[in-house]
Design a binder for this molecule. Structure first.
Ligand code: PEP
Ligand code: MN
Length: 354
């Protein structure tokens, strides 16, 4: 399904990326204004702040709601920055529009719910405002795309995605696992959909923000949304991941933005070699499948089961060990062989059940 898009056209001095910065939550008028002034003085053009906060457990600070929208209005008036907030209900949309908020984003806990997303999309019918859709908390690309499609069908054309990582049971380093292959697949399917990285919620820790920003740039992301607070240690939410505007500016300033536009001759030649390797791999796989189908005929004639567990284990172990000798992760080689085996079994079943 297609997305009918228009460019976001977000302001940015530097060649790339655009940056939306601001505190996790709008806590007090003073905190909002101080942070906003500091960010604006560093050349920031877009200010984020949470006005309604989706907290995992009750009892935390859930945002000031409407009174905080007046502070954002003040930010815009005084600094000229565009303002961005999270909306989770049609009432939030209505109030955001009433107070002239410029950019809306959909939180990860909302994107998971198609009912909530549809209600929001319906509330935006006939409104022209940029909407950024965070990935759902679970690593479900289709659900993420589904939410983007719902807004697009409601007429939102200035649309973008925010990659903030995914919850996982065995998380180690990151608060939310990046699983970069998911936004990369999103980029492959919708090449003109802007993708923004949220290194703050992904890393969950101040020291992880800079490397994640750089990684996002290396993957060709279009922008960043980063949490910045005038006094992070005292923040009412997400204290450990927020940066003072000064540090954020330092990080953004040092990002290396690689130019993809120009393909040098040596790169073209390396790519040609890769294409040749891929052709050879496809050739080999085709031959392997042909032999596998011959084995199926043998198994059928001798009344053998398709999956021979000992043989399968032998292949996985042998190739895993071989892979690690060749400098590849054994787990990667295992996954390749699991996939090859699955296709092989599918083809053998076709023959045996014929
Ligand atoms: C936020 O941006 O402050 C937020 C709540 O993020 P997420 O929806 O990604 O958890
Ligand atoms: Mn936050």
């Amino acid at each position: 399904m297609e997305l009918d898009l228009l460019p976001l056209e977000f302001p940015s001095d530097r060649k790339r990326p655009f940056v939306i910065a601001g505190p996790c939550s709008a806590e007090t008028e003073e905190q909002v204004m101080t942070t906003a002034r500091q960010l604006a003085s560093k050349g920031c053009h877009m200010f984020r702040a949470g006005v309604w906060k989706p907290r995992t457990k009750p009892g935390g600070f859930e945002g000031h709601g409407e009174p905080a929208l007046a502070w954002l209005q003040q930010v815009k008036k005084e600094t000229g920055m565009l303002t961005a907030i999270e909306v989770a209900k049609p009432e939030h949309v209505e109030l955001a529009l009433k107070y002239g908020v410029d950019i809306l984003w959909i939180g990860a806990r909302t994107t998971v719910n198609p009912f909530a997303v549809q209600e929001l999309a319906d509330s935006l019918k006939g409104v022209d405002i940029p909407v950024l859709v965070k990935n759902p908390v679970s690593p479900d690309l289709e659900l993420w795309i589904g939410a983007l499609l719902r807004f697009n069908r409601a007429g939102i054309k200035r649309l973008g995605a925010i990659h903030r990582g995914f919850s996982s049971v065995d998380q180690k380093l990151y608060r939310n696992a990046p699983m970069w292959h998911i936004p990369i697949e999103l980029r492959r399917r919708y090449t003109n959909l802007p993708i923004v990285c949220d290194p703050s919620h992904m890393g969950g820790r101040r020291d992880l923000v800079a490397p994640l920003c750089q990684q996002a740039m290396d993957m060709g992301f279009d922008g960043l949304i980063v949490e910045s607070h005038c006094n992070p240690d005292e923040a009412w939410s997400d204290a450990s991941q927020q940066l003072v505007p000064d540090v954020l500016d330092f990080i953004i300033d040092r990002l290396v933005i690689r130019d993809n536009a120009e393909m040098t001759e040596s790169l073209a030649s390396l790519r040609k070699q890769i294409d040749e390797m891929d052709n050879a791999l496809m050739d080999l796989l085709t031959k392997r499948m042909r032999i596998s189908r011959e084995i199926a005929i043998y198994k059928k004639e001798h009344n053998m089961a398709v999956v021979q567990a000992t043989r399968y284990n032998e292949i996985l172990d042998k190739r895993g060990a071989q892979g690690s000798l060749c400098g590849m992760s054994p787990d990667f080689v295992r996954r390749i062989y699991e996939a090859i085996h699955e296709e092989s079994v599918r083809q053998q079943m076709e023959i045996i059940n014929k």
